[in-house]
Write a protein that binds this ligand. Sequence first.
Ligand code: C2E
Ligand code: MG
Ligand code: MG
Ligand code: MG
Length: 285
Amino acid sequence: AAKEAGRNRAVRYHPGLREAHVAHTVLADRLRAAVEAGTGFAMHYQPVVDVHTNRITAVEALLRFTAPDGTSVSPAVFVPVAEETGLIGRLGAWVLEQACTDAKAWHDEHGISVTVNVSGRQLRNPQFADEVLAVLKRTGLPGAALVLEITETVLVTASIEQTAEVSRRLARLRAFGIRIAIDDFGTGYSSLAYLRTLPIDVLKIDRAFVSRIEERQDKALFRAVVELARSMYLQPVAEGVETTGQAGVLRELDCGLAQGFLFARPLPAPSLAALLSERAAALAA
Ligand code: C2E
Ligand code: MG
Ligand code: MG
Ligand code: MG
C-alpha cells in the first residue's frame, strides 16, 4: 500500500516527468548516433557588426542539429544534453575544426574573426588548450582571429580549484593571441569585479539587457555596464539587437559592437561568404 501511495504521489507531483525523461533519452540517442555517423550537424554563422560603420568584424559560430526525421532541434535544448552525456567533447572538437576551417578563408579575404562557444565540460578537459592550438595549426587560422566564448555560470559554479585551472588554461591560449569572451553577461550572478580576476577580453551583454535598452532606467544600467567594462579594458558587445531604436542607443552609448537579427540572422557558410563578398564589393564601389 505504501508503495502504491508512493507511486501515486510521484505521479501527482511530477506530471510529464516520464515523458520528459523519454524525450531526453531519445535525444541523447539521436545525438550519439549523429556524432558516430558524422551527420546531422552543421554550423551557421551570425555577423558581429560595428554599429557606427555597419562593417562585419566577426562571426559567431552557432551549431545546428537536424534529427533523422527532419526536425531541427535548438542548441539551447541539445547542447545541455550533449554536455550531460559527455558527447560535447567530440562535438565541440568538430565545431572548432569546422569554424576555424570556414573562418580561415574569411579572415584571409576580409580580416574577420570567428567566435566559438565552448562549454564548461570542454574547458575542464586538461587537453583542451592543446586541442585548440592543434586546430589553429591545421587550419592556418591565426590565434588573433579566434575568440572563445564561455558563459559566466561555467566559472561561477565551478570550485575555486577548477576556476584556477580553467584560468591557467585560458591564460595559455591568450598567449597565442586567442581572445576570451564572457557570453550572456547579466544572466548569472557574477560581478564584473569578480570576472576581472579572470583572463578575459570581451564582454557579451545578454539580450535580456539589450531588449529594454530604450527605457530610461535600463539604458542607465546598460551605460554603467559598458563604462565599467571599458574601464577594465574589456570590449563590450551587445547581443540580440532587434530594432533600429536599440542600435541607436548603442551608438549613443558607444557600445561599438553588436549582434542581432536587425543586422543579420545566423547563416549557413555559403550565404555568409556571399554576404561578406557583397559588403566588400559595396565598399569598393
Ligand atoms: P549564444 O552563444 O548566446 O548565442 C546567441 C543566440 O541568440 C543564438 O541562438 C542566436 O541565434 C540568437 N540570436 C542572435 N540574435 C538574436 C536576436 O536578435 N534575437 C533573438 N531572439 N535571438 C538572437 P542559438 O543559435 O539558438 O543558440 C543558443 C545557444 O546555444 C547559444 O547562445 C549557445 O549558448 C549555445 N550554442 C550554440 N552553438 C553552440 C556550440 O557550438 N557549442 C556550445 N557549447 N554551445 C552552443
Ligand atoms: Mg555565444
Ligand atoms: Mg550569448
Ligand atoms: Mg545565449
